[in-house]
Write a protein that binds this ligand. Structure first.
Ligand SMILES: Nc1ncnc2c1ncn2[C@@H]1O[C@H](COP(=O)(O)OP(=O)(O)OP(=O)(O)O)[C@@H](O)[C@H]1O
Ligand SMILES: [Mg+2]
Length: 293
């Protein structure tokens, strides 16, 4: 039975798709069976990797009328599958709004395929909404990238705690719906001038007080590195693109691996392995990585 991570945020453009794609990519290279699901009508995750064997069916059919297994496509990364988004007109949203039990549809779909995978990672559209709510309730755990700016991060606390509290049912009704999953805040796009540790400490304190332990701030911090953008251009996970780097900032490989080991301690003995053939062109292009401001 798989573990499902929902990648959520109350804000757009914070790094959700990048984390969903790269977490999926590194887990697959760590010999895990992984399914990505693109629940954002913008289709960014669907376009992140190459789709090598494409099902004619995508998320619309998986949610609305088909056997979800028939909606799975294969990416260019072995063991990394995807249910792509094919809903540019946001028909799913309209459909979910018409149904009084909308929040259960995503979870219902997953029950048909969760035995096929070790991990299911779902990317969502920023700024909440019915589909994101449905993903939250179908997830075992949530990950939310936190912008490094202090004011943004305070907004993040307020918005995230509100989003989770809104979904909570009164105690008397909790038996009819799964509990709200816990959320990992991931301090994201940290650059050298920011004080990651100070922000992290402050966030930890505030979240502890406001969320009854439901929200935890991860120790792993993801730096702002040009390799994340480059990896999307190469349609490869970033740990393959930037294995090592000079200076104090950990490489993308080391940061993503630290993230996996922190989230999934039972994988601590495993490191990612991939076929290095055909990587020469990409590696020669990434020698002068720089930290973005
Ligand atoms: N660690 C990083 N360092 C530098 N750039 C990054 C990093 N992570 C993501 N980016 C870039 O930031 C931009 C936004 O990232 P991404 O698309 O993952 O955000 P998102 O939360 O999914 O956005 P949306 O809400 O529009 O779906 C992209 O151009 C991406 O390449
Ligand atoms: Mg996105």
């Amino acid at each position: 039975m798989s573990k499902t991570y929902g990648i959520v945020s109350t804000k757009g453009g914070v790094g959700k798709t990048t984390i969903a794609a790269n977490l999926g990519g590194i887990l697959a290279d760590m010999n895990q069976r992984v399914l990505l699901i693109d629940a954002d009508f913008q289709q960014s995750l669907s376009n992140f990797y190459q789709i090598t064997h494409k099902s004619p069916l995508g998320l619309r059919e998986a949610l609305m009328n088909a056997n979800p297994e028939s909606c799975i496509s294969q990416t260019n990364i072995p063991d990394l599958h995807i249910i792509y988004s094919n809903d540019p007109e946001q028909d799913i949203l309209t459909w979910l709004r018409q149904s009084s039990s909308h929040v259960h549809y995503f979870g219902g779909m997953l029950t048909h395929i969760q035995d096929l995978y070790d991990y299911i990672i779902i990317d969502t559209q920023g700024a909440g909404g019915i589909l994101q709510e449905s993903v939250i309730l179908a997830s075992d755990e949530l990950i939310s990238p936190i912008p490094p700016d202090y004011i943004d991060s305070k907004e993040f606390i307020r918005g995230t705690v509100r989003m989770l509290k809104n979904l909570e049912l009164p105690v008397s009704l909790r038996s009819i719906r799964p509990a709200i999953p816990s959320l990992h805040g991931l301090i994201y796009r940290q650059d050298r001038t920011n004080h990651a540790k100070i922000i992290a400490q402050s966030l930890r304190k505030q979240f502890h007080a406001q969320s009854d332990g439901q929200v935890k701030i991860l120790q792993t911090v993801i730096a702002s590195l040009s390799s994340y953008k480059k990896s999307a251009g190469f349609k490869l996970p970033v740990h393959r693109i930037e294995v090592k780097r000079q200076g104090n900032t950990p490489s993308a490989h080391d940061a993503m691996l630290a993230l996996v080991h922190e989230l999934e301690p039972h994988l601590s003995d495993i490191i990612p392995v991939w076929d290095k053939k055909n990587m020469n062109n990409t590696e020669s292009n990434i020698n002068n990585q720089s930290v973005e401001s």
